[in-house]
Every structure is written in C-alpha cells, then in structure tokens.
Design a protein. Structure first.
Length: 220
C-alpha cells in the first residue's frame, strides 16, 4: 500500500498512533529513501536546510522506532546515515546521540533524565513517552533475571522511580515490584525478584540491547 507523502503532519500522526513497534518501524523505514533524497536536494541546491525540521523529526522518530524494536546496534548505524548538517547542529539529533551513549553504557539514571528532562520536539513526544515505559518494563525484566536480592533504592533507580517517595515510605514503590511477583522482606529491607516471563510481539532476547542489560548483576 502506498504511503502518504513525508510531511511533518504525517510524522506526527504516525508518532501518535498506537501501531505495534514492528509496524511503526516498517512505516518509517519506507520513508528513509525519501528523507535521504530530500537531504540530498537541500545540500545540492544550497538551500540552507529548508527541510531540516522535517528531517530532524523523521530521523528522531525512526531512531526511537529502532529502540522500540530492540535494535540498538541498528539505531547506532542509523545515526551514521543522518545528514551531517543535522548530526552537527540539530538539537533533537544530538539528544538521540546522547541517549544512544547512555543506553550503550547502561546508564539508567541518565537514560531517564534524557527522556524526561531534555526538551524534545512536540511531534515525537508520544514516542519519548512510549520508549520511557518500554525501557522501564524491559529493565524490570532484566533486573528480575539478574538479582537474587536487591535493595529497594537500587531497584527503584533502575526504573527511574522517585527516591524521595521511597525514603518517605511510599508503599506504591514497593508495590511496583511486588505486583510483578517479587517478595518484600520488611525486616531485612530487601526485595527478592522473581523472573518475569512475558510474550512480546517479537522475541529478541538475544539482542545486544538486552544482552548488555543482563550484566546488571555484575555491575553493582
């Protein structure tokens, strides 16, 4: 089926949709040639980047589509295909590069900070929120497989939960974990994870994104 032309409105519609990650990725992948042609035309015409906003939203959206389908290495490769003008000066593109480094280094606190505190274009904010929840859920699964016991503050940091709420005895923080089958020992002040098994749209458990996160237990 032929897609509508690549426009900011179309990208906003796609980003705000509830398409499954694989379909989101498929739709955006079909626009990459058109985006590359626009970038080439702008460069050859010396237009000063009249399509930069459109290209910024496209490449940022496609970057998050890679992340939502567990393609961290491919997301890294995508950043190498971004036009130089964007990679060198576009704020959204640079945010993606900063996020990529944090993900690659499994810096969970920095990942949440980038997603939640750095300004992102309005058009891609639905994808930011979607990936925030996705990253939180998948990190919870990885932690469940990596630890036999864990302090609640450490567990909360992996999920980007409010440490002040935990310190004040907020039961909802503990409930976040016990609702997933974890056990809470109020005497020892420890959480005892239970492996979480879920069926996802596509099982990519051997992907480098989660292979790296499986080392969580060896980092702390």
């Amino acid at each position: 089926m032929e897609l509508p032309p690549l426009t900011l409105n179309q990208l906003s519609t796609v980003a705000a949709s509830n398409l499954p990650p694989s379909q989101l990725y498929e739709v955006l992948s079909r626009y990459e040639i058109e985006a590359a042609l626009l970038a080439s035309v702008s460069t050859n015409a010396g237009s000063g980047g009249e399509h930069n906003e459109l290209l910024s939203v496209f490449y940022s959206s496609f970057f998050f589509a890679h992340l939502l389908t567990n393609q961290l290495s491919e997301a890294r490769a995508l950043t190498q295909r971004v036009p130089d003008a964007l990679r060198n000066s576009d704020t959204s593109t640079q945010n993606c590069l900063t996020l990529l480094r944090a993900l690659w280094q499994t810096q969970h606190g920095q990942v949440y900070q980038i997603l939640r505190e750095i300004p992102w274009p309005q058009a891609i904010r639905p994808l930011i929120r979607r990936f925030d929840g996705f990253f939180q859920d998948e990190t919870l699964i990885a932690v469940s497989k990596s630890y036999e016991a864990i302090r609640p503050d450490v567990a909360a940091s992996y999920l980007g939960l409010d440490p002040q709420a935990l310190e004040s005895g907020e039961s909802s923080v503990i409930s976040k974990f016990t609702s997933c089958g974890w056990k809470w020992d109020s005497t020892a002040k420890l959480l005892f994870p239970s492996p979480i098994v879920v069926q996802t749209e596509a099982q990519h458990s051997t992907n480098a994104f989660f292979d790296t996160m499986a080392l969580l237990g060896k980092r702390d």
